[in-house]
Design a protein. Structure first.
Length: 318
């Protein structure tokens, strides 16, 4: 899906071509602050010939290497600064490969070749942080119902106002599918669901779950984005704008649910006009459905004690 760069526009400033976007029209923003720590990290990982093998791009980071239980999160970033925009129209997740130097990789679940130059934002949080935390969830016969798996966590149960993101952890037999997070009112539990009411949730799948800042530290923001009407058939959703946003931010996004399923891969891009972050479908021929729902969070990159670390910055509502 790559496009010929527009020579009159810097590649880092272009939105996904042939599609329009909408201005921000009023989103609920959550602003919190904590203290910094070197045990969390946020950075962009670029797929290159040196780290690509088939449908995977291998990550090397001291908080991940040799750590099969590491909990972290990824989002495709379409137009990072200094990089040519790349599409990746494939469902992605993360996989630990012991035979590859005991390293984690971002993988296209359908096995399609990983595009050279594709960029993914990686969030590696601390674990066990009160209020904002992350953990790994595995599906089992006791927690799967139809197309979803119910989470049972004391800080999540009965709390629909949380900001929850998920990244699938793949092994060898998982479906090529999209997943999201949804609060199920009838049982007062958060769930991870497949983006189809007709699909079933398999037993034995694993997901990394991020609540709040995931356990990253600093000042952070989260917002829930619901896509407006789309009469033009655009493949993009609302652009989120705020005074402190810029192209150096690092974005984490996952699907939610409010009556609309979206079984298509998504990514994020920086829009220069209006200045802000947008969510788009990787398939440029697809139309973003009205009512599609996403949880979006942001951070900037800092360095602490030799690690590329996330010290989350503050957004302010317009």
């Amino acid at each position: 899906m790559s496009q010929t760069p527009d020579v009159q526009t810097r590649a880092s400033d272009r939105k996904p071509p042939e599609r329009r976007h909408w201005d921000w029209v009023g989103l609920g923003l959550l602003f919190l602050a904590t203290h910094a720590s070197a045990q969390s990290a946020v950075f962009d990982h670029v797929a290159t010939a040196a780290n690509i093998s088939g449908g995977r791009t291998y990550i090397s980071h001291p908080l991940l290497d040799g750590k099969p239980d590491a909990v972290f999160f990824v989002t495709h970033h379409w137009n990072p600064p200094g990089q040519i925009p790349r599409y990746n129209d494939h469902s992605v997740g993360v996989i630990y490969v012991g035979l590859a130097g005991s390293r984690w990789a971002i993988t296209n679940r359908d096995g399609a070749a990983m595009p050279d130059g594709a960029t993914f934002t990686v969030w590696i949080p601390r674990t066990g942080t009160t209020g904002s935390f992350s953990f790994r969830h595995q599906t089992s016969a006791s927690n799967v119902v139809a197309n979803r798996t119910r989470l049972d966590h004391p800080d999540m149960n009965g709390n629909p106002g949380l900001y929850v993101n998920v990244t699938p952890v793949f092994e060898s037999s998982e479906p090529d599918a999209e997943f999201g997070a949804w609060y199920e009112p009838g049982v007062q539990r958060w769930t991870i669901f497949r983006q189809s009411s007709l699909a079933t949730m398999p037993i034995g799948l694993a997901f990394n779950v991020c609540v709040g800042s995931c356990g990253l530290v600093g000042t952070w923001l989260a917002t829930v984005v619901t896509c407006p009407a789309n009469p033009s058939g655009s493949n993009v959703c609302t652009v989120v704008t705020a005074p402190s946003l810029n192209h150096q931010d690092r974005i984490l996004v996952s699907s939610g649910w409010d009556g609309v399923y979206l079984d298509d891969p998504v990514g994020v891009y920086w829009s220069s006009a209006p200045a802000g972050w947008g969510i788009f479908l990787e398939d440029t021929a697809a139309a973003m459905p009205e009512g599609a729902r996403f949880t979006l969070k942001a951070t900037e990159v800092l360095y602490e004690n030799g690690f590329e670390s996330g010290d989350l910055f503050g957004w302010h509502a317009p």
